[in-house]
Design a protein around this ligand. Sequence first.
Ligand code: ATP
Ligand code: MG
Length: 447
Amino acid sequence: MSVRTQDVRVHLLKPICMNPPRTATESPRLLYRRRVFCIIALMRQSKLFTKTRKEAPKDEVSKNASLLIRAGFIHKEMAGVYSYLPLGWRVIQKLKKVIGEEMEKLGSQEILMSTLQNKEIWEKTNRWDDVEVDVWFKSVFKNGSEVGFGWSHEEPIGEMMKSHISSYQNLPVQVHQFQNKLRNEVRAKSGIIRGREFIMKDMYCFAMTEEDNLDFYKKTTKAYLEIFRRVGLGDITYVTSASGGVFTDKFSHEFQTICDAGEDTIYITDEIKKEAVNEEMTDKKSEGQKAVEVGNIFNFGTKKSEELGLFITDKDGEKKPVFLSSYGIGVTRLMGTVVEVLSDEKGIVWPKTIAPFQVHLLSLSEKAKDFADEIYTTLISHGIEVLYDDRDVRAGEKFADADLIGIPMRVVIGEKTLASKMLEVKDRARGETREIIVEHLIKELMG
Ligand code: ATP
Ligand code: MG
């Protein structure tokens, strides 16, 4: 098998190729070769700088961070603070894609707010106070004035909207962002499930009427359930009624995923509709289950807008406060929860939608190397995401690493494959093995 220029969908390759053409006169064939070459370099495991390790760091007690560190997805900086390495960052990008798509379907527009926050804005709602909000990180500018590091963005975003919305005709409007939040958490023993720095998707809806606000709240509830279904947690994630705290209308809704590592206890009230109540809201009739809060949505009514001074004029020219609701998903917490729930004794088991690669290709012998190279080039030329284990290590080590890293499909090329041309394919989640020709594999992966 060989790869011909006409087989290659250059447009598919463009987004993952970082090298621009060297000269304007470079021929398409050369350009293609350079593109394939840079992709090969990017996805060969021999070039991946991260290494797997047998043991997690001694001070890491959580299962999610232990597995993610061992498999080379994240690096621990200190308790509750983690960096994301190439494999881990690919998972985050996939999660952002799934979540972003659902937010855009709701009509939300993506933005990015600053991390440094204005004290005066938070004082308007009494949330600068460390007693009211006990997770603030704060610092002082050289001129002596105080500054906050964003743990949430309702206040700054509400303030910012004052410059953009003034009439009922501007509403409703929704905005969202993927942003690093900083929180001075007391407990930071749950790996990336509870970080002191973590990535959150936060969305905010500004509406003219209570009806529009509630309508959006309901639509977002559905969109959230769709997100959790798409990332493999649909069966075990419940819309959970919870207290809204002092800042909101009486209640909020949490999205709780059943998980032993969870810090919350929920009581399922309707299995079909996926509804539950949080411990604080029940007199504990049924049996509670441990769960992780992967998302939380709040209806602030008009309270916050009144405090911030976010008013618009309605049809009759009257000044009215805007209805505000806010919608959070812990992106890194979601990644940690997937690892907690779906891993097995050998390692991580990624759902297809958020796996760092679609295929883990293992070349098992020197003799089969050329054939494995060809399969690799063919797969990537079809836009399939492949991590190619071309390392010069024992087969046992490659198998163990593949199980630990947890890519959904493992394709093995050994000497046996050379004779039969049948690829051995193993499903990471089910453990089933089958044989398939490359054309069928491509069809399956692109279908
Ligand atoms: P928790 O009750 O777990 O402390 P919270 O109710 O304070 O969380 P929200 O302000 O509702 O959290 O934040 C929105 C989402 O961000 C949460 O539902 C959760 O998924 C995620 N999140 C909150 N705190 C953290 C954290 N320290 N680390 C990782 N994710 C977090
Ligand atoms: Mg919450």
